[in-house]
Design a protein around this ligand. Sequence first.
Ligand code: ADP
Ligand code: NI
Length: 215
Amino acid sequence: MKTEQEIINEVSDFVREAVQQYDSGHGWSHIERVVRLALYIHECEGRGDRFTVELAALMHDVGDHKFAVHDGPAEIRALLGRLGVDGTVTEEVVNINENISFSKGSDAAPKSDELQIVQDADRLDAMGAVGIARAFSYGGFKRRELYDPRAGLPGQPGVSSSSRNSASTIHHFYDKLLLLRNLMNSATGRRLADERHDFMVSFLDQFMREWDQGA
Ligand code: ADP
Ligand code: NI
């Protein structure tokens, strides 16, 4: 029988190797931050199972574009099965992997404590200073404009509220990042999200003032 710490170490090794090969290292630092945030939220909230939270945070992106194998549930069941993890824990980790994302998950269905916590942690990492850095890094990778003033922003006359395919990285804030604060599941998540949200709002404000300076 492996200890929980041995299982965490082996899962960490597996995920670190899998994301490094396909994401030049950036994927792993995101995973590490999500694990730390999820454990912190779990501690503040005092609900959910800690081992499940940590495993699910480590494996929340398994199967997505950063990974070579795109069947997340099959990968998780194979690895956790080999490590002798309890079946109910494994199925909860699979449930979180399948329902965590903005697009895949339904916000209407009831969520387990563990899903609520890991989802808040993943969403928080898309917000604030780190979220801004990640957005422009992703935009650069996709060769997107920083900002395209020809495409209106939501709230401006004649512009519908959201387009799935952000016209520029600044548009991604209005399409997704500024909506995350209201999607927090836990009180701790909301507390952390408030500060990160306000920082993004000041960033956008300053960005627009500089963009139009002298005009
Ligand atoms: P995660 O790795 O947290 O599951 P994604 O792979 O969907 O999330 O996105 C990685 C990062 O890239 C996130 O910070 C997200 O906000 C950002 N991102 C995703 N789509 C866009 C886009 N169209 N423009 C700018 N940033 C984006
Ligand atoms: Ni993620």
